[in-house]
Ligand binder design. Structure first.
Ligand SMILES: [Zn+2]
Length: 156
């Protein structure tokens, strides 16, 4: 089964990442037309980058490879169910389908719990644990007005 072959690769990347001290136990690949066009591994601690999740890295690599910010006909294989940040990136990239191995519950059991973020998203802004404070200087809407009136913009 093709899906299992690509998932095995994502899992192999995750495993290798652990034994080579690359970061957390997560790996991902982006596939298009049966070919891997992007590979990612968790590098949060080694790159000192909280956004360096395997899925984000694989999406960035695939986008660079295709020279396109949209991955419409692509599949993502990730060794673990995506966190909210990666899920957002998956939607922004417009991936066709996501295959995942371990579940969020599995990762929570070994210390990678993203359930609290899903819960935070569901809360009204003023009830979240990290304060979100609206600040509105006079130029707040200037970029939006410029965008609306821009005639040569590249929409996405
Ligand atoms: Zn993530």
């Amino acid at each position: 089964m093709k899906e299992e072959m690509f998932m095995k690769m994502a899992v192999d990347i995750a495993y290798e990442n652990v034994v080579t001290n690359g970061g957390g136990p997560f790996g991902a690949v982006v596939v298009k037309n049966g070919q891997i066009i992007g590979v990612g591994r968790n590098q949060v601690t080694t790159k000192k980058d909280p956004t360096a999740h395997a899925e984000i890295k694989a999406i960035r690599a695939a986008s660079k490879y295709l020279n396109n910010n949209e991955l419409k006909d692509c599949q993502l294989y990730t060794s673990c169910e995506p966190c909210p940040m990666c899920l957002g990136a998956i939607y922004w990239a417009r991936l066709k389908v996501v295959y995942y191995g371990c579940t969020n519950k599995d990762s929570a059991k070994i210390g990678f719990d993203d359930e609290f973020i899903y819960k935070q998203i569901a809360l009204p802004v003023d009830q979240r644990s990290i304060p979100m404070v609206r600040v509105v200087p006079p130029n707040t809407y200037q970029p939006f007005h410029a965008w609306v009136n821009k005639t040569n913009k590249k929409k996405y």
